[in-house]
Design a protein around this ligand. Sequence first.
Ligand code: SF4
Length: 533
Amino acid sequence: MVVGVEPGEVAASSAQTARPGSLRAHLVEPTTFVRIVELVTTRGPLAAANAARVVALGTDLARMGTVHALSITDNAGGHPGLAPESLGARLRAQGQEVMVHLSCKDLNRNGLESRAWALAAAGFENVLCLSGDYPGSGYRGQGAPVFDFDAIALLELLREMNRGLRTAASTLPPTSFFLGAAVSPFKRYERELMPQYFKLARKIAAGAAFAISQIGFDARKFDELRRYTTLMGLDVPLIANVCRLSVPMARYFHRGAVPGVVVTDELLALVERQAASPDKGKRFFHELAARQVAIARGLGYRGAYLGGHLKPDEVETIFAMADAFGRDDWRSFAGEIQFAQPGEFYYFAPDDATGLNSNEINRDYLADRTPEARRARRARAPLAYRLNRSVHDRVFAEGSVGFRLGRRLYERIDNAPSARRWLHVAEQAVKIPLFGCRDCGDCSLPEIAYLCPESQCPKNQRNGPCGGSHAGLCEVSDRECIWARAYERLKAYGEAETMLDRPIVVRNGGLRGTSAWANCFLGRDHQSKRENS
Ligand code: SF4
């Protein structure tokens, strides 16, 4: 069982006060295939021409009556835009169901909580919780990344708000957010894919009642996500993200401009060929999207999330095409829409009959988990990593002799500023060269296989990877993602599968610049306690 999930909790959160016509009600209702369309807000006030166009688009989509919810982005691509609730309020006033994105890139935990109260006050329920893209350019340069929270901490906060957030003074009235999360199965390597799946489990445990995939063009991965969540008992509605491509968009994705979205050489070549047709590939692009909607429905997804800067008539065309296909047509489409990356890893073995997956787990994956394979990996593990584990177990693990001695020492010097300062200097002298320590005072090294998220993860992700890695590399730097590295290190010890099975890490910003060793021994850091307010 996933740590933190109480039996029936997922079902309960899905069923909570399902207002007729709401996204929650539609997703609870198993016979409805939910249709969500994405709107991207623009920079400038509602009255500006660009924003007015998006409002008109949303209004037209609302009038069509065939879309169950409009989903509004939050500073998409990391660039500033109108807050989704401004546009959302206008659409809600017209009776349209709206989902807003809430990301952690531009606001700290207090800003996020404040924004959540504002959403609740304005009557918004559907919130897609995201870590978010790395900030891009804004007024006079690039915005500084915040990432005080990640998607998991945000989900936990909003779930607590739903339960009635307890503060030092009182318990606040409960909100009724319906929380969603994103998941990114379109990863090339095992070391980046599996942590995505583990993180999805954590998101569900933290309160996500539905999950939306990343944009992808590989039916086998869509099938795998569905199969994996079923196998692991992650019983939340899955929604497939379907992007209606265009030539510029395909080129944009192909050069990796949108973190986590992959258009392979093969797909780009197909797109370029189709673009040479008399209608410039228009029908092909619509049909590709419609086929993906049909595949999602055939695979048992509970809905499709349609994006790609579409006009209302295009949305209508795509959904109408998807509806017009025969009941089993999706099976042949699924065999065709498989644009995998070179050597892409799949958790399940292929099924030759369907071209998708069988229920058998990838044999190479299992072979890598035998005692012999682990022994061989341990022998190859970096010496520094092995030493770090050993020191941690002997000194920092609660109950060890070293921990008892450490606590006694730090208790003794806690009221001696000079000794405290010298020990802090000694700690930094070890941790800066070894780990690139940034003195956050709330150390996560043991949780990420001794890789420092402050210095080596540009988004400071402490509860698993963001969705942006590409072929194992970080979306921001050209270094290997720390979570992919951690996965490989932990594999040698049989700990990869459980790498995220622990309480949610919420870094305490108040500890910055203080001794992490003192905070560990004296029970002040996140390892020892979870502060509530
Ligand atoms: S290191 Fe990994 S988790 Fe951190 S920002 Fe880069 S891709 Fe995301």
